[in-house]
Ligand binder design. Structure first.
Ligand code: GN1
Ligand code: MG
Length: 383
């Protein structure tokens, strides 16, 4: 099966191995090893695109090719040879996507990237140095794309970070209660009702001069950054499926939500859930070391709030998926989505306790990096 798919791509040699890798809640990913005629082995990353989630795989691939080409050009211009960009392998007929018709008449969509060597990725790191570099990687990604012609970027998932619309959908699905699960989740629903005032804070401003539309990654987790095995520096930002026009606030907030959480997002013991301030500082420092001089003051002022908003958004999405019968996120057991929703709610509660601290640190860190970029102070970092 995998061999048949590989054969459609412009790839040399004979397949010697294919391994499934368990990354992500959406697509299926394989590392494929080929042996070329001279005996050399070369690895590729094969992915089956989940077209329930990404309903227009061709548009998605167009986005990815445009953005990766632009990134490559920017890096070449700045003589950056320390970092890498994902590169799409084309099919034998020059396409970035391979469509395979199934017996049912439906199509499966596959793509291949060149495998990035000498890299390591972490699912959940507690090491401030790694978290700092994660923030830096996403900051650098945004910085390199700041002059990208935004009109050339499509929305691969409409209203992906439109928290208010996500909430409206949840309310609708609660009314339908198709799986008879609503009674069980009353406390979670009440919590989300009580937080209504926050959902539109970012989207109301998006597109104004205060909160400009930027190229955003939309899945800024630690395992979406490959690190250099030798020196721990970031090597490449991966998982570009959700690169879309959006606000940096959601990217930053999601970066903190996922990298600075004390537990995985499906930890069921809620007493362990919370925001690790040391990791929050590390990510923020890394992010602002790249982006401070490009941000508007309003963006900086909303960064702490964005951490709460995106965490609420994930609580809404997980709870909604539970209520509709687990349609969207892959689950490993029956109540997996409910556990995730409860975890995110517990995280929101801890974020709220720490809100003043978060705001102060962000401002301090922003001013520090701004002075550095203006040459008013020497660069100093703990990491
Ligand atoms: C999904 O598949 P993965 O893990 O890269 C989701 C993100 C969520 C994340 C939560 C396209 O990402 O938005 O934050 O799960 N991606 C999509 O684990 O919905
Ligand atoms: Mg993803």
């Amino acid at each position: 099966m995998i061999e048949d798919i590989i054969a459609k791509f412009n790839i040399k040699g004979e397949m010697v191995k294919s391994e499934v890798i368990n990354a992500g809640n959406i697509n299926s990913t394989y590392v494929v090893t080929m042996r070329e005629d001279d005996g050399k082995t070369v690895k590729y990353l094969l992915q089956k695109i989940n077209n329930n989630v990404f309903t227009e795989p061709s548009i998605l691939m167009k986005n990815i090719e445009n953005v990766t080409n632009f990134l490559e050009m920017q890096m070449r211009k700045s003589h950056d040879n320390k970092h890498q960009v994902l590169k799409v392998v084309h099919t034998k007929d020059g396409k970035s996507l391979c469509k395979i018709r199934k017996e049912t008449g439906e199509k499966d969509y596959y793509r291949i990237y060149y495998y990035i060597d000498n890299a390591i990725s972490y699912d959940n790191s507690k090491d401030p140095f790694i978290v700092y570099n994660t923030g830096k990687a996403f900051g650098n990604f945004q910085k390199l794309l700041k002059d990208y012609p935004i009109k050339r970027l499509s929305e691969t998932i409409k209203d992906f970070h439109h928290t208010e619309k996500r909430y409206e959908k949840l309310m609708q699905d609660i009314r339908i209660d198709a799986e008879d699960r609503v009674n069980e989740v009353a406390p979670e629903i009440i919590f989300l009702l009580q937080h209504e005032e926050y959902y539109s804070l970012i989207t109301d401003e998006l597109g104004t001069l205060s909160v400009p539309i930027r190229v955003t990654h939309n899945d800024t987790k630690v395992n979406n950054v490959l690190m250099n095995k030798d020196n721990g520096d970031f090597l490449a930002v991966i998982d570009l499926d959700t690169v879309m026009p959006g606000s940096m606030l959601y990217d930053y907030g999601d970066g903190i939500r996922s990298t600075a959480a004390m537990t995985k997002e499906d930890e069921a013991d809620l007493t362990k859930v919370g925001l690790n301030l040391e990791l929050f500082e590390a990510y923020t420092d890394g992010y602002l070391s790249e982006m401070a001089s490009d941000l508007t003051y309003e963006e900086v002022n909303m960064m702490a709030e964005a951490i709460r908003i995106i965490t609420l958004e994930l609580a809404i999405r997980f709870l909604d998926d539970y209520i509709i019968g687990d349609d969207y996120f892959k689950i490993d057991y029956e109540k997996h989505n409910l556990v995730r929703a409860r975890n995110q709610i517990a995280l929101v509660k801890d974020i709220e306790k720490k809100m003043d601290y978060l705001k102060n640190y962000i401002l301090e860190c922003y001013e520090k990096h701004l002075k550095e970029t203006k040459g008013l102070s020497r660069k100093k970092t703990k990491y």
